[in-house]
Design a protein around this ligand. Structure first.
Ligand code: NAD
Length: 504
């Protein structure tokens, strides 16, 4: 495709596609070939305003509908998604590059939240206390916030928005989603599906854009809350800016997840899981394992087992048949960043056991491929250890015992996920109590909680108090009112009383 006939991906406003007139765009690449496949519109202020006014109208319509009518739409959305998710997986693979089964995996994890949201009437029930005082009852109701903003990262273009919008919409809010500019089409497909499911116009809006669109959501008084997922510096900016503008904020940031391997662990299981969790989705997962903490004497044997498995990995275009194990990275720039971290590790004295820096896929030379990389003896003061790499790079740090491993995990800036591999239940129990991390796996490498629990890390992996989905999600997307009511009994009404209300 030539530069001139490259399509431009636009917004979804007021229940319909909306071409942008901003004149600003960003390129969308095909990561497996390196070619530009489209441009995505970057909203200007007029488009931001139009999207937010439409969302406000959508909120007024939607929040006035009965629970039964709203529930019918959520069920219809779930059925359509379930029937047609293959189309969405194709879109994700084309723009993100992850292999198709992995794209399907992220959709299924998002669908779980849609399924949780179908049961929203139960989760939005208030509480009632009868006769708290003579003739007085107290009850609470949960109401939607209004227009809510969701800002998502490139690595899960369907699942991350679905962590939030099913619950937000079920609770009666209107959503404005600002997807990543790198893979913007999944959001539009989801918007069309909502329309087909019967969602009123304006309740689900897609605003394509960059910092200008994000800042519009963070500062406009129409927007009541922000749900953000992305890198830590931006998460912190989002949290600070949106809070200053009086909004409720949950901002999920980056990660550096460790796997602690005790000497009694089954090393074949550990090697399999390290491969899955380190190289799946080319390491572009916030719950990927980046560091294997090998309690000696297991490191040499474990490294041998991991290398044997790396040699069997097939890397290629995520859409090709037979399906490879791992696709490319998202952009050339990101590939260079990942490569730069391997350079840093090497300079700081680490041993590069398997080097993916010059990796080439035959026929895919222009693609953003990076080979699976294994680094041993990474110094813990190296930036390659302390910072998030977000690529197919597994680092091994050798530790003398459990205590040293836990101390390292707890000394890091992030606290998203971690895992322990052991057959010792007592050690695992101690680990779950002692690590300063939000999501913990015991012989499970990527412990992403199911939809009825909540997802979120500690420390610099989450700014704000509410995690994503589960009960936290319903609390985040509603505001509670407590009502104290007295209906006078005509037989006992005793006249005027100016005293402070007392519990008699
Ligand atoms: P990113 O922070 O670059 O971008 C995330 C979103 O913020 C995008 O929509 C982007 O347009 C917007 N953005 C980028 N720069 C901005 C700026 N200066 N001002 C305002 N908005 C801006 O993240 P990414 O590269 O798309 O995604 C990868 C990151 O996301 C990794 O750090 C990963 O760990 C993290 N992540 C975290 C979780 C989690 O649950 N904690 C889940 C997925 C991804």
């Amino acid at each position: 495709m030539s530069e001139t006939d490259t399509p431009t991906i636009g917004h979804w406003i007021d229940g319909a596609p909306r071409a942008s007139t901003s004149g600003r765009t960003a390129p969308v690449f095909h990561p497996a070939t390196g070619e530009k496949q489209a441009e995505v519109a970057l909203a200007d202020q007029a488009e931001i305003d139009e999207a937010l006014r439409s969302a406000q109208r959508g909120f007024e319509t939607w929040s006035a509908l009965s629970i039964a009518k709203r529930q019918a739409v959520i069920f219809a959305f779930r059925e359509l998604l379930n029937a047609r998710k293959g189309e969405l997986a194709d879109i994700i693979t084309r723009e993100h590059g992850k292999v198709r089964s992995d794209a399907m995996g992220e959709i299924l994890r998002g669908q779980e939240v849609v399924e949780l949201a179908t049961g929203f009437p139960h989760l939005l029930k208030g509480a009632f206390s009868e006769s708290v005082s003579t003739g007085i009852d107290v009850y609470s109701i949960k109401q939607p916030l209004g227009v809510v903003g969701i800002i998502s990262p490139f690595n899960f273009p369907a699942m991350v928005p679905m962590w939030f919008f099913p619950i937000a919409i079920a609770a009666g809010n209107a959503v404005v989603l600002k997807p990543s500019e790198k893979d913007p089409s999944a959001a539009l497909w989801l918007a069309e599906l909502w329309k087909e499911a019967g969602l009123p116009d304006g309740v689900f809006t897609v605003l394509q854009g960059d910092k200008l669109a994000v800042d519009g959501l963070l500062t406009d008084p129409v927007v009541q809350s922000i749900s953000f997922v992305g890198s830590t510096p931006i998460a912190q900016y989002i949290y600070e800016t949106a809070s200053t503008h009086g909004k409720r904020v949950q901002a999920l940031g980056g990660a550096k997840n460790h796997m602690l391997v005790l000497p009694d662990a089954d090393l074949d299981l550990v090697a399999d899981q390290a491969i899955n969790a380190g190289y799946g989705a080319a390491g572009e997962r916030c719950m990927a394992i980046s560091v294997v903490l090998a309690v000696e004497p297991v490191a040499d044997e474990l490294i041998r087992k991991i290398v044997a498995r790396i040699e069997k990995l097939r890397i290629g275009d995520g859409a090709s048949t037979p399906e490879p194990d791992m696709g490319p990275l998202i952009t050339r720039e990101h590939r260079e960043k990942v490569s730069g971290y391997v350079d840093i590790a090497e300079r700081d004295g680490a041993t590069i056991v398997v080097d993916g820096r010059d990796f080439q896929v035959p026929g895919g030379e222009g693609g953003f491929f990076f080979g699976p990389t294994l680094i041993d003896r990474v110094p813990t003061d190296s930036r390659a250890y302390t910072e998030e790499i977000f690529g197919p790079v597994l680092e091994v740090v050798r530790v003398a015992g459990y205590e040293e491993g836990v101390a390292l995990i707890n000394s890091g800036a992030f606290g998203n996920g971690t895992a322990i591999f052991t057959n010792d239940g007592g050690a695992a129990r101690r680990f779950q109590n002692e690590v300063q991390v939000g999501m913990i796996g015991i012989n499970v490498p990527i412990p992403v909680p199911v939809a009825y629990h909540s997802f979120g890390g500690w420390k610099q992996s989450l700014f704000g108090d509410a995690k994503a989905y589960g009960v936290h999600g319903f609390d985040f997307f509603t505001r509670e009112k407590a009502i104290t009511s007295r209906w006078l009994d005509p037989a006992t009404h005793g006249g005027i009383d100016l005293g402070f209300p007392q519990n008699d």
